[in-house]
Structures are given as structure tokens and as C-alpha cells.
Design a protein around this ligand. Structure first.
Ligand code: 5GP
Length: 191
């Protein structure tokens, strides 16, 4: 088991509905030294890629992306969840269905912060069905930028997102891939 898998076993809680709760260290209370290790691991796994920007999505991707960015020395842009619909013009827009809230949001990135010159590493905390990532990929493509890679902390391998994204040909690196988890016993199986 790697450092993240060990932490998930120690502090993660398996909930009904295929939800893994990691709010004691990852998406409510944050363990910054763990994030620092995650960032260093992404830096290793994407070594040699000409990344000049990290893109994530609010809210829970921002912390990991921000700490990872210290290892890459690049800025972070996060897609914002937008309520307004009158956005064309200055914004790239994509529609994303939230796994945890089952709602559809438009997410936006200002054209000021993403352009055809950018080589982007996309980072997020979880990968489930892949909706969030597909929205972010759409935004990068709309900008004429290049997706150099995708870094995920926790992929739930029993949900389809990972396979969808890998089949599209992207270099997707997930630091922990959960292949099974049991809400009754709490048992978690990693790939
Ligand atoms: P997807 O778009 O791949 O279906 O879901 C990814 C998003 O849903 C992530 O940004 C994450 O915030 C949230 N998410 C998906 N599954 C889980 C989970 O098991 N636990 C938590 N805490 N968040 C999740």
C-alpha cells in the first residue's frame, strides 16, 4: 500500500451509495503534509511533461491543486460553479453533473486564464463517473490548450470514469484506485 492508500484505510469511512468519506484529511479538514506528498508524487509521475498550468474544479480540488502547484511552480486555475446562464463571450463553459449532489452545474473558466499556449495538468480529488473531468477537458479543448495529463488522488475503479478517460487516450494517474468497498464491514480493496 502507498501512503495515500494507508491513510484511506486508517481514516476513510465507507458510506452507502458508493461514497468514500475522507473529510478528516482531504476535503473538509485538510492534512497539508499529505497534500504535499500527493503533489510530489504528481510531479514524479508527470516528469518531463511541459506543464505550465494546473486546472481543477471548485471546491475540493482546489486544495490539492494548490499544494501540487508548489512542486510544479505554475499557477492554478479552478473552474467555478456558475448559477448565471448569461456567460458567453468571456468564459469557457461546460456542464457538469455532481456525483455527490446529483445536480447539474455549469462550470466556467475565464478566457483570461486559459489560452492556446497552455499545457495543462488537470487535478481533482476524486474520480467516479468522470463528469467533472470531462467538463474540464472540454474547457481545455475550447481554449485550444493541451491536456498534458490528469492527476487524481482517489479513483473509484468500480465506477466508469477511469476507463472512459483512459479510453480517450489521456495520461491519467490516480494515486489510489479503490476497486471495491463495503459499507457494512468498512473493508476497502485497492487495485
Ligand atoms: P465524477 O464527476 O467523476 O462522477 O465525480 C467526481 C467529483 O465528485 C469529485 O470532484 C468529488 O468532489 C466528488 N466525489 C465523487 N465520488 C466521491 C466520493 O466517494 N467521496 C467524496 N468525498 N467525493 C466524491
Amino acid at each position: 500500500m502507498n501512503f495515500l492508500e494507508e491513510r484511506i484505510v486508517k481514516d476513510g469511512v465507507v458510506k452507502e451509495g458508493n461514497v468514500l468519506k475522507v473529510d478528516s484529511f482531504l476535503n473538509h479538514q485538510i492534512d497539508i503534509s499529505l497534500f504535499d506528498e500527493i503533489g510530489r508524487e504528481f510531479k514524479d509521475r508527470f516528469a518531463g511533461r511541459p506543464i505550465n498550468k494546473i486546472l481543477t474544479i471548485e471546491a475540493s480540488g482546489i486544495g490539492i491543486a494548490a499544494v501540487a502547484a508548489t512542486h510544479f511552480g505554475v499557477p492554478v486555475v479552478f473552474a467555478k460553479k456558475a448559477k448565471s446562464i448569461n456567460l458567453e463571450g468571456e468564459m469557457y463553459v461546460a456542464e457538469v453533473e455532481s456525483f455527490t449532489h446529483k445536480t447539474k452545474n455549469q462550470v466556467i473558466v475565464s478566457k483570461k486564464f486559459l489560452s492556446g499556449n497552455d499545457r495543462v495538468l488537470i487535478i481533482d480529488d476524486f474520480l467516479a463517473n468522470g463528469c467533472a473531468l470531462q467538463g474540464l477537458i472540454q474547457i481545455v479543448q475550447a481554449a485550444g490548450a493541451v491536456v498534458e495529463g490528469i492527476g487524481i488522488a482517489i479513483e473509484k475503479g468500480f465506477q466508469p470514469g477511469g476507463q472512459i478517460i483512459r479510453n480517450l487516450g489521456y495520461k491519467l494517474e490516480s494515486l489510489a484506485i479503490v476497486d471495491a468497498m463495503d459499507p457494512v464491514t468498512g473493508e476497502i480493496t485497492f487495485r
